[in-house]
Design a protein around this ligand. Structure first.
Ligand code: ADP
Length: 627
């Protein structure tokens, strides 16, 4: 029995195109063929358990072997097998129509990258690396004859009697010249590790060599034996397929180590498990965050029925959780489509919402169950929570109860607790609550001290997203504004009715301004006189909150724009009620007067780290003279 035929399709030159456009992802041929072998194995198991197959199951494993000499890679299984008719139906027609559909998609896609690696090409992906593909198969069905199929990548195929003695399928790829890199133990091992590490059927990996004795079988075909190198390479029951109550903390930690061998232990994890309205399992870990966020992105691995698909989960996991690590497995995520379609997919949207909710619930639980340990982890969790609050309204609704504000004394408060704490001292004359913060406690120390003297609390806001977080929270909370501690002198940070009276006359004020303007002689510094309490510093330098934020935003956006182009403008606030100012006014010698003013100004610069270089040297020399 021998049959030759033509695979009926319209595009004659499908293979050159497949080869060309899937270039970057050639290795997926192995994933496709091994998953087919696994599927066939699962199917025979099912048939057997349903009583539709009563023969021996045998050792259900998938074997991957290669022969460097013969330039072949073989994938064999003990699955349900195919008859000659089935090969014609499934491989010639169905599989081919999959490949043809791929071609259609490719024509529509604006960008070849949209489809590369997303489109499971199935069986025909073998032709990305092989000149010729052979199938040997023996169906489980009673009385089935073994079949042999070959195809050289053209639309011609050949079907003849096969030689398999045992039920199952053996696919042999005759590797083409450009793909010889795959005839390598380490390369294959690496691909199997990437895609097949958690497949549900044991995968054996080995080298194939011809037998030494007769070398050929009855039909004159070379006879092979498999030498196992590493035996089983996969873990058939990874933790995400198990139920959480079967698992201990060590199991989760071990799995984490297995996925990310060089990472520190994670802070905690969430076991995902839904089957309605979509199917999804997985474990997501909260890592200890390092400062280099970019390196830590794309660490979540996406699987479909335990086959690794990708570690680009951008559209499935909410943006703010991209720093999480772990595994998601869902057969309901469409993989064969372009990105824009994925974003619009309703399952993907539901999955996104589900993950957000699970994460919020987990954090709420941790907060309630053990606040102390939650606070200890806050420096790591805080970033996720703040990022989530900014980017997802639904997340904010839950997170507003467990987001923490930390002050310079390292005390933590929820939003409500903090509001109650500061309301008595930090409400201004219009009933607005003023939250005071620092982004650099060392540099702003003198301001923090002054605020402290007035009974104000100062929040620490020095994480990379705190600027955005502040903007967001200010908008959410009613009658609330945030002010950086150096936005004004402490007396003026919160406008209250009872400002101290100035001791100076109008004339004296003008005179003090004159003296200081001359002594400083810099257009970026504008001198103003304020009547502050006598124990405040004589001179303070501030930058307006609004102006500073606008400049920061312009800088972050990269573009300079109107505010970005503005020079830095500082206010020099002279405390008219300070003893030193009276002394300067009373000083007869103009030189001394200028020196004292300059000295007070430089001290203010110094306390904010603004005094450097030649000016610093001059200040030191002047100070020595004054002593
Ligand atoms: P898909 O797996 O997406 O259906 P493929 O092109 O990979 O598409 O395979 C087409 C069909 O060929 C499969 O659905 C299956 O019926 C059959 N097939 C492929 N490989 C095997 C195998 N190892 N054993 C049994 N049947 C197989």
């Amino acid at each position: 029995m021998q049959e030759k035929g033509t695979i009926s399709i319209h595009t004659e030159n499908i293979f050159p195109i497949i080869k060309k456009f899937l270039y970057s992802d050639h290795e997926i041929f192995l994933r496709e063929l091994v998953s087919n072998a696994v599927d066939a194995t699962q199917k025979i198991k099912r048939l057997s358990s349903l009583g539709q197959y009563n023969g021996e199951l045998g050792e259900l494993r998938v074997e991957v072997a290669f022969d460097k000499e013969a330039k072949t890679i073989t994938i064999s299984d003990r699955g349900l097998g195919m008859t000659g008719e089935e090969i014609k139906k499934y491989i010639n027609q169905i599989a081919f129509s999959g490949a043809t559909e791929f071609m259609e998609k490719y024509k529509e896609a604006k960008d070849a990258n949209e489809i590369i690696g997303r489109f499971g090409l199935g069986f025909y992906s073998a032709f990305m690396v092989a000149d010729k593909v052979e199938i040997e198969s023996l169906s489980y069905q009673e009385g089935a004859e073994p079949a042999h199929w070959t195809c050289d990548g053209s639309t011609e195929f050949e079907l003849s009697e096969g030689s398999l003695q045992e039920r199952g399928t053996e696919i042999t790829l005759h590797i083409n010249k450009d793909s010889e890199e795959f005839l390598d133990k380490y390369k294959l091992q690496q691909i199997l590790d990437k895609y097949c590490k958690f497949l549900p059927v044991p995968i054996k990996f080995g080298t194939k060599t011809e037998t030494e004795d007769d070398g050929v079988d009855e039909k004159g075909e070379p006879k092979y034996k498999t030498i196992e190198v590493d035996n089983i390479i996969n873990e058939t029951n990874p933790i995400w397929t198990k139920s959480p109550n079967e698992l201990k903390d060590e199991d989760y930690l071990d799995f984490y180590k297995q996925l990310y061998p060089f990472s520190e232990d994670p802070l905690f994890w969430i076991h995902l498990n839904v089957d309605y309205p979509f199917n999804l399992t997985g474990v997501l870990y909260f890592p200890k965050l390092k400062n280099d966020f970019e390196v830590q992105r794309n660490k979540i691995k996406l699987f479909s029925r335990q086959v690794f698909i990708t570690d680009e989960v951008k559209d499935i996991v909410p943006e703010f959780l991209m720093l999480l690590h772990g595994v998601i497995d869902s057969p309901d995520i469409p993989l064969n489509v372009s990105r824009s379609f994925l974003q619009a997919d309703s399952n993907v949207k539901k999955i996104n919402t589900y993950i957000t909710k699970k994460v919020a619930d987990k954090l709420a639980d941790l907060f309630k169950a053990d606040r102390k340990s939650y606070e200890e982890k806050w420096s790591d969790i805080g970033l996720f929570v703040k990022y989530g609050i900014i980017s997802e309204e639904k997340f904010y609704e839950k997170a507003k109860d467990f987001v923490l504000l930390t002050n310079t004394k390292n005390e933590n408060f929820t939003l409500n607790e903090y509001k109650d704490k500061i309301a008595p001292e930090q409400t201004d004359k219009d009933g607005q609550l003023v939250y005071i913060y620092t982004n650099d406690p060392a540099k702003q120390d003198s301001f923090i001290q002054s605020a402290g003297k007035k009974g104000y609390d100062v929040l620490l806001m020095n994480s990379p997203i705190d600027n955005h977080f502040i903007g967001h929270i200010e908008h959410k909370l009613e009658k609330t504004s945030f002010k950086r501690v150096d936005a004004d002198v402490a007396d003026k940070l919160i406008k209250k009715e009872d400002a101290p009276e100035t001791v100076l006359t109008e004339e004296q004020i003008t005179k003090v301004k004159d003296i200081f303007n001359k002594a400083i002689n810099k257009p970026a510094y504008k001198v103003e006189l304020e009547s502050l309490s006598p124990d405040e510093l004589p001179v303070t330098i501030t930058m307006d909150e609004f102006m500073r934020r606008m400049k920061e935003m312009a800088a972050m956006g990269g573009g300079m724009g109107f505010y970005g182009n503005m020079p830095d403008n500082y206010k020099v606030i002279v405390n008219g009620n300070h003893k030193l100012i009276s002394r300067i006014l009373g000083e007869e010698n103009e030189e001394t007067q200028a020196a004292l003013s300059k000295q007070a100004f430089d001290l203010a610069l110094l306390s904010q780290g603004l005094l450097t270089g030649a000016e610093l040297t001059e200040f030191v020399n002047r100070s020595v003279n004054l002593i």
